[in-house]
Ligand binder design. Structure first.
Ligand code: GLC
Length: 708
């Protein structure tokens, strides 16, 4: 390969018809591809379109096939719940299956590579991309990262049923100051290692094919030019053999960061730091050859990047057959597979969180005579897809089941359904209230569907105020004044602040954005065909002023016990110090009792495995699932340890009246942390073991000691 052809492999462009970043219009793409100056395209969908670009690549001297990448974040045509909603299921098999279906549909449509999973830990719901990850917890986030990589990539790369996955955004992108997307990140190395890096390591251990670095600077160095992250940790300590793609234009953005003077220095910094492929900045295309000529960059460095990329093309079988992902019949079948729809409905049902259910208002009876279904999201269609959906060419949106259709499908043949929009999502117009109140008065029960617009969360969608927008809660107030029972559905891509609703509505379901089967899944839960089992993977604050707020915090020198006497603890004089809804919280239509906590011994050495068992009983009248959570607290550490940390969980199904004993194993890994010298250690001393239905609903406790 010539140097120019090698550099071509490091160059990635977006296709023209859809963009997920600031587009550089470049009509010479076809010529550049023919000259072997492009290695990959993104935002190019469908077997016809990808085949057409591939044909051009096959005219190049070396006939190296193009890689086609796409943000297949939560489904392709069949849209699954946004990742934060899926994380509420704590169901790793379901999450893996969701990724498998997405990979099946994407690979059938010419895509080789998804820019997912996004594994950024996020503790700040102002950040719009909180919707794209697995929430605030490192342990749960690491397990979900593994499940998604396995789901996308299958057993082994090369099957036309799977795609390469991409762990992003490396690293600590979710810790942007102020929750403002693209903002700086500044944290201790210990925090980086303990909280933000483990999900990336879990992705490497699961065999993830690629990484994407992040826009943010971290501790003063842009991630894209961060040798410590990409060479020392990822490719060095972790032995990652895949390749790293920059995020859209991030190589060139190092100039804005003030870390380099121009594109020439940006290319030098990025290639040296281990960024293998340049998405859309053109810094590599325009500068690498000169850097080599100027003896600033050794060809060996470029060869390493090229080799990493060619190896993946080889593993995908593209050298044997560049068109092996371009089968029109397969595309047609994969995009119309009823099994995918069924799976999407099941995953969506598992993602709905029951936050409140006073006097067992839910589930609604299927003999309910008249239902008033009110709100700006009732008949919305594409809103249900959330951010980072995929617009598949030639596919219209009638496959998406609106919330109205879901209820119609469920009981439209027996109940009288009344509809009123009531108000818009945003704005102060109350003109629709009267109609809404009028139909509410005619109904036996009111369902009110409110929340954000789907594009109020996602990339570049940070909000300084995370209330429910507009006059939607005022509409609720009017509806409650009718005296009718009101069930509220909250649709959002982040935790919102909705204290009026939380304190006054008798029943609340957090429905997030559930994807193409939203209406059917919501109807399943509303009418009891699925007993909600989801639990929150992120803390819900009472006010934006409490942020950042997360369950695994330190105790401080003045620990919080309650909300009074401010000199005794770290607190506010104008707000509670407790969340509105805690990490791990979620209700069921049934109830569960926890009993008989047993631990194998009250002492364990670093070589031991401590057996723990507990009995869970379904004490209600509905069959249901419970996510039993195990938290540990290391009571004394050379580095202070959090008041509790999730270290294991089990999701179990129990019939009404059934009891089951479940067991856990505590090993030294679960007791370890990074000490002052960033060594991964377990220190002898006392530990508290907590078994809970949420991080704040601890049902049983026990103590044990780690001895030398
Ligand atoms: C975007 C996102 C990244 C995405 C990429 C390609 O800016 O930050 O997550 O994969 O560009 O669309």
């Amino acid at each position: 390969m010539t140097l120019e052809e090698k550099i071509g492999q490091l160059n990635q462009y977006s296709d023209d018809w859809s963009a997920t970043g600031p587009v550089t219009v470049d009509n010479a793409k076809a010529t550049q591809i023919k000259n072997g100056q492009v290695g990959s395209l993104l935002n190019c969908i469908g077997v016809e379109r990808t085949a057409s670009w591939q044909k051009i690549a096959m005219q190049s001297r070396m006939k190296i096939p193009l890689l086609f990448g796409q943000d297949v974040i939560h489904g392709f045509k069949t849209t699954f719940p946004i990742p934060l909603a899926e994380a509420c299921s704590w169901d790793l098999e379901a999450i893996k299956l969701s990724a498998q279906v997405a990979a099946n549909e994407a690979s059938a449509s010419g895509i080789h590579w998804t820019f997912a999973p996004m594994v950024d830990i996020a503790r700040d719901p102002r950040w719009g991309r909180v919707m794209e990850g697995a929430g605030e917890d490192t342990y749960l986030g690491s397990l979900i990262a593994k499940a998604k990589v396995e789901g996308f990539q299958g057993e082994k790369l090369g099957s036309t049923n799977s795609v390469m996955a991409c762990a992003k955004h490396f690293a600590a992108y979710g810790a942007a100051i102020g929750g403002r997307d693209y903002n700086s990140v500044d944290m201790s190395e210990r925090m980086l290692w303990e909280t933000y890096l483990p999900p990336f390591k879990a992705a490497v251990d699961a065999g993830v094919a690629t990484f994407m670095n992040s826009f943010n600077d971290i501790n003063g160095v842009p991630a894209t030019g961060n040798k410590y992250l990409q060479r020392e940790i990822l490719k060095g300590k972790w032995g990652f053999t895949g390749f790293v793609v920059s995020d859209w234009g991030s190589i060139g953005e190092m100039i804005n960061h003030g870390n380099v003077k121009d594109g020439y220095e940006a290319a030098l910094s990025a290639i040296t730091a281990g960024s293998d492929m340049d998405m859309e900045s053109r810094c590599y295309k325009n500068n690498l050859a000169k850097l080599v000529a100027d003896n600033k960059v050794q060809v060996a460095l470029i060869d390493d990047a090229v080799m990493r990329i060619l190896l993946k093309k080889f593993e995908l079988g593209l050298f044997d057959d560049p068109y092996r992902f371009c089968n029109p019949d397969r595309q047609q079948k994969a995009l119309n597979n009823p099994e995918h729809t069924k799976i999407a409905r099941e995953v969506a049902s598992k993602s709905i969180v029951l936050l409140k259910n006073e006097n067992h208002l839910l589930p609604l009876s299927k003999t309910t005579k008249t239902i008033a279904f009110i709100g700006p999201l009732v008949k919305a269609v594409k809103q249900n897809k959330g951010f980072w959906d995929v617009e598949v060419p030639g596919v219209d949106s009638n496959f998406i089941v609106s919330q109205w259709e879901g209820i119609e499908n469920k009981i439209g043949s027996t109940a009288k359904l009344l509809y009123a929009k009531g108000c818009e999502i945003e704005g102060s117009n109350r003109a629709g209230f009267a109609e809404a109140v009028n139909i509410a008065k005619q109904a036996d029960v009111v369902i009110l569907s409110i929340g954000e617009r789907r594009d109020l969360s996602g990339e570049a969608k940070s909000r300084s105020n995370i209330n429910i927008p507009g006059v939607q809660e005022d509409l609720l107030k009017e509806l409650l004044a009718t005296g009718k029972p009101v069930v509220v559905l909250i649709n959002a891509g982040r935790p919102l602040v909705f204290n009026y609703t939380a304190d006054n509505a008798p029943a609340i379901l957090y429905t997030w954005w559930l994807g193409s089967e939203a209406g059917n899944a919501i109807a399943n839960v509303l009418f009891g065909d699925y007993n909600p089992s989801a639990k929150l993977p992120i803390t819900f604050p009472r006010s934006v002023g409490q942020i950042p707020m997360y369950y695994n915090h330190f105790n401080t020198g003045r620990p919080a016990k309650n909300d009074d006497n401010h000199f005794n603890k770290s607190s506010y004089i104008d707000e509670s110090i407790f969340p509105k809804y805690a990490f791990g919280y979620g209700l069921s239509y049934t109830t569960f009792a926890y009993s008989d906590l047993k631990i194998g011994s009250t002492k364990m050495s670093k070589k031991d495995q401590l057996q723990v068992s507990v009995t869970i009983s379904n004490t209600g009248k509905y069959d249901g699932e419970e996510i039993v959570q195990l938290y540990l607290r290391d009571k004394v550490g050379s580095i202070i340890r959090p008041v509790k940390e999730l270290k294991d969980f089990k999701k179990i199904h129990l019939k009404a009246g059934e009891s089951k004993m479940i067991s856990f194993v505590i090993n030294v890994e679960k007791l370890s942390f990074y000490n002052q010298n960033l060594e991964w250690v377990a220190e002898p001393g006392e530990f508290e073991l907590m078994i809970g239905a949420s991080s704040e609903d601890i049902r049983l406790k026990a103590g044990f000691e780690l001895v030398d």
